[in-house]
Design a binder for this molecule. Structure first.
Ligand code: HH2
Length: 285
């Protein structure tokens, strides 16, 4: 059964139509937009533009997790993210914080963040504890290894099976910690310890991940798989990113995490308008 709602702090989303999460990287080194938004005011301005363009959730990150990236300290993450979070909270919109640190999770949730997006899938021992007692939404992502080594010859017997099993296990742990299913989002982690072939397999089998009965998020925006296929640099991958978001939604994603909110919203508006008109043909027709 398809999940119908997503609880995200004080917000409640219907999953009838796809949601857009706008990416705000307050980092000097992100692969796609690194350095553009290190000035907090620029990050705040970008976030406001994304909201006008139709972002449902903003995802603020202070640590790049691109292949090869080194971890940053808690203090650095606080210094980058908190001014932006504090300026955006009064707007009353759902804000997700992209972090792997339980101490930072607690701090931003106390301030009013609605969602925690953890690319390590809440793998730190106290990560689930940090979020369990709140109403926040969790994005549980699969990653093989760590950003500094994840693209060193990633191997799987069956990538779709492995990722699905991993996510199923983490969902079971979250449920056991008292976190309700409507607060859970799962994400195969495109590009996180995956070759082009692995990424394409996961995109093609996203509906298998959606069978886990949680909202599914897909983050394909400007990623290197699109560069490999098109030959374009990150900032010139908008068309491929929009196509990827559309394919992900077609294959079962409920949320797409994107840098280019306006073009993605246009494409998904068309997709949503088309849905009531799609005929299911029976074999005898
Ligand atoms: N991808 C990135 C970062 N966070 N979170 C989720 N849930 N899913 C993703 O696919 C995902 C993510 C990497 O993209 P970006 O934020 O643009 O780059 P960087 O990590 O270099 O800041």
């Amino acid at each position: 059964m398809r999940p119908e709602f997503l609880r995200c702090g004080a917000f409640r989303f219907s999953l009838e139509r796809p949601l857009i999460m706008g990416v705000i990287n307050v980092t000097p080194d992100s692969f796609s937009d690194g350095g553009e938004l290190v000035d907090p005011q620029l990050a705040i301005d970008r976030a406001k533009i994304q909201l006008e363009q139709g972002a449902d959730i903003l995802d603020i990150g202070g640590e790049s997790t691109r292949p090869g990236a080194a971890p940053v300290s808690l203090e650095m993450e606080r210094r980058r993210v908190l001014p932006v979070l504090e300026a955006l909270l009064p707007l009353g919109v759902p804000i997700s914080i992209d972090t792997r640190k339980p101490a930072f999770m607690r701090e931003v949730l106390n301030l009013g963040a609605s969602m925690i997006n953890d690319v390590s899938g809440f793998g730190e021992p106290s990560a689930l504890e940090a979020v369990a007692e709140t109403e926040c939404c969790l994005c549980i992502m699969h990653m093989l290894g760590e950003p500094n080594n994840m693209q060193n010859h990633p191997q799987y017997d069956n990538v779709v099976e492995t990722v699905t099993q991993f996510l199923a296990g983490r969902v079971a742990q979250a449920l056991a910690a008292g976190i309700s299913r409507e607060r859970l989002v799962i994400d195969p982690g495109f590009g996180f310890g995956k070759t082009l072939d692995h990424n394409l397999s996961l995109l093609g089998h996203l509906s298998q991940i959606a069978d886990l009965q949680c909202a599914v998020l897909a983050g394909l925006s400007r990623k290197s798989m699109l560069g490999t296929l098109t030959g374009h640099a990150p900032r010139d991958r908008v068309h491929a990113s929009v196509a990827a978001a559309l394919i992900a939604v077609q294959n079962g994603a409920h949320i797409v995490r994107v840098h280019d909110v306006g073009p993605t919203r246009d494409a998904l508006t068309l997709w949503a308008a088309l849905q009531p008109h799609i005929q299911v043909r029976r074999p005898e027709e």
